[in-house]
Design a protein. Structure first.
Length: 442
């Protein structure tokens, strides 16, 4: 078609009196357009020869003959053929280079998308599924990824990482070639990097958890050693004083020493109970024995357990006017109330007020309010975590392990409830927990 258009234009130009040197340029354009449209060297050479024959047949003397009598026309034809062939070769090569550049750009975009898709995948199974989906999307073939050692098959590709071979990717069809082969190899390389990353993340998380457990163990041992020293020293001193000076002491002094010893023993018993509870919670061995419990009985048991600590405080209990029952593990809920009352005693001075209030509406609500110094902002957000304590100069100097509130939260959440802290205006704090009044399906 291009040769036909070039011939028509050449004939028109000749009839307008254009010289042969200019007419032959029309045929040269035909050769160039043929090379551009076909992107083929052989088409360009063929069109150059055909155009030379047409020019010779139509425009050289004698007309309508393939003989050439004029040396200038012969030289013109020779240079035309050479120029046409060279121009066609250059044009076809440029076309191929442009096509190759376009294909390379397309491949680069695909490789970029593959790398981006692997960055968004997390977890070994997710990474493997992502690789299989990418092969299906960009190669159009089904595949299966096998991790670990596996016998090589012709349609398999090795997945390698810094630590060696991680697995193989097996295709369901024939082995691809060209751009598809490059894409499969790129997917295997990115899959190896992603698997190595997941292995590093897993190892780092395992190391972090081990370090955290070791840190908590060390903190527990230091705290236990520190907190046991004070009550044991007090018990030993009171016992020695009572034994060495029994008959020289008055009845009131002996009762006071015995009471002090009893209080220290109760505090030690509670400390050991909290440590055991924390151990069961850490090992996920906490077991609930739920049954309908009378709220008055549970609260009464907790108050009885802490009455020796509360004797120096103005303590008030407000119970519902009717008998209320709720599904709970009575022993564990009593321990929650005990921990909250002990926490209130620990952080309030003598003669301060502590109140225990119970409401029963849609949920069972239990509140322990004190008039201490409140919760510092520095620990408010972490108050129910382990080993969180408040520096204080209050009363008996017992700091505690910082386990009580963490144990309270775990027990309450195991019951399907919530626990929180708020300010007691104008002074102090209010710890409140809620429990469902009816059994919930877990």
């Amino acid at each position: 078609m291009t040769i036909g258009i070039a011939t028509v234009l050449a004939v028109l130009a000749a009839r307008l009196g254009v010289e042969n040197e200019s007419v032959i340029m029309m045929f040269l354009l035909g050769v160039l357009f043929t090379a551009v449209f076909t992107s083929s060297l052989w088409w360009a050479i063929g069109s150059a020869l055909v155009c030379a024959l047409l020019f010779n047949f139509l425009f050289t003397e004698p007309h309508y003959s393939f003989f050439v009598y004029s040396p200038s026309d012969l030289m013109l034809l020779v240079f035309f053929v050479a120029t046409g062939i060279v121009s066609g070769m250059i044009t076809s090569r440029l076309q191929r280079e442009m096509k190759l550049a376009s294909e390379n750009e397309h491949t680069a975009k695909i490789l970029y998308r593959i790398a981006s898709d692997f960055l968004s995948a997390s977890g070994k199974e997710s990474v493997v599924r992502k690789a299989e989906a990418l092969v299906q999307e960009y190669v159009g073939m089904n595949c299966k990824v096998f991790l670990g050692g596996r016998q090589t098959v012709p349609q398999s590709f090795e997945i390698s990482g810094a630590s060696g071979m991680l697995g193989r990717l097996e295709l369901s069809g024939t082995r691809p070639s060209g751009q598809k082969l490059l894409i499969v190899q790129a997917i295997c390389a990115q899959l190896g990097i992603a698997l190595e990353r997941e292995m590093l993340v897993t190892d780092r998380e395992r190391i972090r958890m081990a370090m955290e457990r070791e840190q908590q163990r060390g903190t527990l041992l230091r705290s236990v050693a520190h907190d046991l020293r004070s009550p044991l020293t007090a018990i030993s001193g009171a016992g020695n004083l009572l034994a060495d000076n029994y008959f020289r002491l008055s009845d009131a002094e002996r009762r006071k020493l015995a009471s002090d010893i009893s209080e220290e023993i109760v505090w030690l018993s509670d400390l050991v109970e909290n440590i055991l509870s924390m151990t069961r919670i850490s090992e996920q061995k906490i077991v609930l024995h739920k049954q309908d419990e009378v709220i008055d009985d549970v609260i009464g048991e907790a108050v009885k357990h802490t009455e020796r600590l509360l004797h120096a405080r103005h303590f008030h209990v407000k119970l519902p006017g009717e008998v209320i029952t709720a599904p709970m593990d009575g022993k564990l809920i009593a321990q929650v109330v005990i921990n909250l009352l002990e926490n209130a005693v620990r952080h309030t001075p003598p003669d301060s007020e502590i109140s225990l209030t119970i409401h029963a509406e849609s949920d069972l609500t239990v509140s322990v309010a004190d008039t201490g110094n409140g919760i510092p902002d520095a620990i408010r957000d972490h108050l129910f975590e382990r080993f969180v304590t408040q520096e204080s100069d209050i009363v008996d100097g017992r700091q505690g392990l910082g386990l009580g509130l963490s144990i309270c939260r775990t027990i309450i959440e195991a019951h399907g409830g919530t626990i929180s802290v708020s300010d007691n205006v104008p002074k102090g704090s209010i710890f409140t927990f809620n429990l469902p009044m009816e059994e919930t399906d877990e």
